[in-house]
Design a protein around this ligand. Structure first.
Ligand code: SAM
Length: 330
């Protein structure tokens, strides 16, 4: 007989309203600063309702039953948690992170959006300990931008498979290998493209470019010990198919598809998407000066035209990020 999530939590120790499922571990950056950069709290309740409806549309398409218990791993400052909690028909929700500071920030952010129909709990949990939960006790395990932080992904998939019931789901949004590798490859031509337009880079700009190339190559390398690194993996769907199948999880994937966004918006975003992704990555993730990003967009624009005739709603290349849905085999 399956022990319910509620029964399991009733015998789990709490500290300040947070269930202690793993040893706590702070995030590698300051949590309050992370929250300032990604202001989950400053989004309106209406925004979270819409985002939550998009999330649930995907979950339901893959068979999530009404009122099914859901575990979120790596909730961070609660950008997804708040959206999940707003949804009618959400079951028991357990939002977790290894960082107590993140759990507190998420608790605070949820409170700002009023009360919810669903039962909401918080826990300190490392993904590596997920199978501390009883078998069959949650129907969906959800992670956004967390799988690439987990060192042993195959072991994590095995542990999730133990926790999910037949038909249960593991859903995540993560970076793909191919797109990041291609961004690094393209990065090598930026200085020459600018120079051929008569635009010489300053030493500082050359440093930005070299650091970007080295970062993309580091992410793509698999010969290094990344146990102490924050970002450990880029994903290739063919490998995740094999890893999932070995532990009874069948994979569907949605390349270049945000789990938070409606189908119409995802399809519309695909037009000219690789250059847009590249531009936004340099601006928002590598924090390049806006003027340099703008000049690079002009100097490299002609190379991205290669992708124009390849693009259609069914074919969006290269795969840069996307949504993975694993279903536990029945
Ligand atoms: C990039 S943030 C994403 C936060 C949130 N999911 C979102 O979409 O805004 C990564 C989160 O994963 C958590 N994390 C990192 N390693 C983890 C692990 N091994 N197990 C569980 N969570 C982890 C971090 O504490 C952090 O909250």
């Amino acid at each position: 007989m399956t022990e319910s999530l509620a029964d399991f939590l009733s015998r789990t120790p709490q500290d300040d309203g947070v269930y202690q499922l793993s040893a706590p571990r702070p995030f590698q950056h300051d949590e309050a600063q992370y929250e300032l950069n990604r202001p989950a709290a400053r989004k309106t309740t209406e925004f979270h309702r819409e985002q939550g409806a998009n999330l649930f549309a995907l979950f339901r398409r893959h068979g999530l039953p009404p009122n099914a218990p859901i575990l979120e791993i790596g909730c961070g400052s609660g950008a997804m948690s708040t959206s999940l909690a707003t949804q009618p028909g959400a079951g028991h929700l357990l939002f977790t992170d290894p960082s107590p500071a993140f759990c507190r920030i998420t608790q605070g952010n949820l409170e700002q959006h009023g009360s919810f129909d669903a039962r909401v709990d918080f826990g300190i949990l490392r993904a590596e300990d997920v199978d501390i939960l009883p078998p069959g006790s949650v129907h969906l395990i959800f992670l956004r931008s967390v799988l690439h932080h987990i060192l042993d992904v195959d072991d994590f998939l095995l542990r999730c498979s133990r926790v999910l019931p037949p038909g249960g789901l593991l859903v995540c949004e993560e970076p793909y290998y191919e797109g990041y590798m291609m961004m690094g490859f393209l990065g090598q031509f930026i200085a020459d493209a600018l120079a051929s337009a008569g635009d010489q880079c300053t030493p500082e700009e050359l440093h930005h470019i070299d650091y970007f190339i080295a970062t993309m190559q580091y992410y793509a390398r698999r010969d290094l010990d990344k146990s102490e690194a924050e970002d450990k993996h880029l994903f290739q769907p063919d490998q995740l198919f094999v890893s999932g199948r070995a532990v009874g999880l069948d994979l569907s994937h949605y390349p270049n598809w945000h789990v938070t966004v409606s189908e119409e918006k995802n399809l519309a975003n695909r037009i000219g998407y690789f250059q847009k992704f590249f531009d936004s990555y340099l601006r928002n993730c590598m924090h390049w000066p806006p003027d340099l990003v703008d000049r690079v967009a002009v100097a490299t624009g002609k190379y991205f035209r290669f992708f124009d005739p390849l693009e259609s709603p069914d074919n969006t290349v290269p795969y840069c990020f996307g949504t993975f849905v694993f279903t536990k085999r029945r």
